[in-house]
Design a protein around this ligand. Structure first.
Ligand code: ADP
Length: 451
């Protein structure tokens, strides 16, 4: 069936994570006439998506309400990947694309093995033409690879590959999906590619004004996603680099940040000093961009963007040094309470969170650490440290995970606020405590903390 005649009645999304789950929930809510099935190879994850609303695998404000309204009506979570592929006209690929750990490009390039696995499954199981949508963030020209794999096992089946990068921010995912600044759809510039893009446009048009739906070629779309994240991360590294200078010179980073942000060409967002960016995207995407630039022999461009990641590491190291200096100059035991493990507020995602790196380095200095986060589960906190190579006995000996703010405060250790959860700014509770508040105070002149 040619794409212009294709009617989208069933959509499948492979990958029920932070991108796939919320995005499909919103599509199901806005398009009640379409059956949306989200599949994942992780059985437990699917069980959790089908389980109690309080324990969904992803925490996002507003998400459980949408799941409550749509689940088992036109939104389904399933392990049966084959069935979902066979029956749908449009398939989103929203699987993880971690940084490669071995082989060419290790530590920099994106590992496409999960994406390729999806393309292989689609190729093997499909019995009719399909539109394949790249949702995962992918290096430029990945669509070419996907297309090659798709065509490998299937005869006489036409696949159109679209790039539709996700721009949602964790913590505000639902609002971002409802009111996207823009939706970007990249397609091949052939008649068939454009017709396939029309189908995806008509889905988003249910709730996004058409002037905010941008079309482009596939490569522009793929690169725009990497570039957007690189620009956002660059702002964080820029302000954090200046926080170090403020501490030396007597300038106040909050005042500097406000003054910069009032310039409408710069704007106020992403200019708050912090312990550094985390999350699954920024570092990964920039390294990916750096790798791409090096691949094309653009060493200067690669070095420029690599600096953004280096400043992030530098800021994390500065925090460790600050805590250490505080303990030694005040002749205190090596003890600290870390408030916040998620990489930012309103999410249970801790991937690449600065808290992990700070805790890891403090453990090397033999610190005893209490940790509290309102949403990140204790198993995840332990897993994050194990991933960095901390052994279980060290974790048992030195890490104490606490399940409430009151409890961690009662332990009376110096406190490092690492995530901007609103409950941490309950000044009544915290006013008499020893706090190293890196969101606000790290960068103050001469590092005067609130004790
Ligand atoms: P993101 O933040 O990009 O959404 P996540 O790691 O939260 O990333 O989600 C990706 C999901 O994709 C995981 O739940 C993982 O189990 C799933 N996944 C990876 N590969 C496959 C595959 N071949 N088939 C089905 N699901 C997969």
């Amino acid at each position: 069936m040619a794409f212009e005649k294709m009617k989208i009645k069933k959509i499948t999304c492979i990958g029920a994570g932070y991108v796939g789950g919320p995005t499909m929930a919103v599509i199901a809510q806005k398009c009640p006439e379409i059956k949306v099935t989200v599949v994942d190879s992780n059985k437990k994850k699917i069980e959790d998506w089908n389980g109690p609303l309080e324990d969904l695998p992803v925490f996002e404000p507003g998400l459980s309400e949408i799941i409550n309204k749509t689940r088992n009506k036109n939104l389904f979570f399933s392990e049966d990947v084959k069935k979902a592929i066979v029956e749908s006209e449009m398939i989103f690929i929203a699987v993880n694309t971690p940084t490669k750990t071995t082989g060419e490009g290790a530590g920099m390039a994106c590992d496409l093995k999960y994406v390729i696995k999806c393309a292989e499954m689609i190729s093997k199981y499909s019995k009719s033409n399909k539109i394949i949508v790249e949702k995962s963030t992918l290096p430029v020209r990945t669509a070419e690879t996907i297309k090659r794999v798709l065509d490998k096992y299937s005869d006489n089946i036409h696949f159109e590959v679209l790039s539709n990068p996700e721009f949602l921010a964790e913590g505000t995912a639902i609002q971002d999906l409802y009111k996207s600044d823009r939706v970007l759809i990249g397609s091949e510039q052939t008649l068939s590619g454009k017709k396939a893009a029309d189908k995806l446009v008509s889905i988003y048009e249910k709730w996004i004004p058409s002037e905010k739906i941008l079309r482009s070629n596939v490569w522009s779309s793929e690169l725009s996603k990497l570039a957007s994240n690189a620009f956002l991360a660059q702002r964080i590294s820029s302000i954090n680099s200046l926080s170090a200078l403020c501490e030396k010179t007597g300038a106040d980073i909050d005042e500097v940040s406000q003054a910069i942000g009032f310039d409408h060409r710069i704007g106020p967002y992403f200019l708050k000093v912090s312990p550094g960016f985390g999350g699954s995207c920024f570092q990964k995407d920039i390294l990916n961009l750096v790798y791409l630039c090096r691949h094309y022999g653009l060493e200067e461009v690669a070095d420029y963007w690599h600096g953004v990641v280096k400043i992030n590491d530098y800021q994390r190291d500065r925090i460790v040094k600050t805590i250490y200096n505080y303990s030694t100059t005040n002749k205190l035991e090596k003890k600290i309470s870390i408030l916040g493990w998620a990489f930012k507020k309103n999410t249970n995602d801790s991937r690449e969170s600065s808290s992990i790196y700070v805790a890891f380095n403090l453990l090397k200095l033999n610190y005893e650490i209490n940790v509290y986060d309102p949403r990140v589960e204790s198993e995840r906190i332990i897993y994050d440290l194990i991933l960095l190579g901390v052994n279980k006995s060290k974790i048992k000996e030195k890490i104490n995970i606490v399940n409430s703010l009151d409890k961690i405060i009662s332990l009376d250790y110096p406190i490092a606020i690492m995530t901007e959860w609103e409950e941490f700014f309950d000044l009544e509770k915290l006013s008499n405590l020893k706090i190293l508040d890196f969101r606000n105070i790290l960068s103050k002149n001469n590092v005067k903390y609130r004790f």
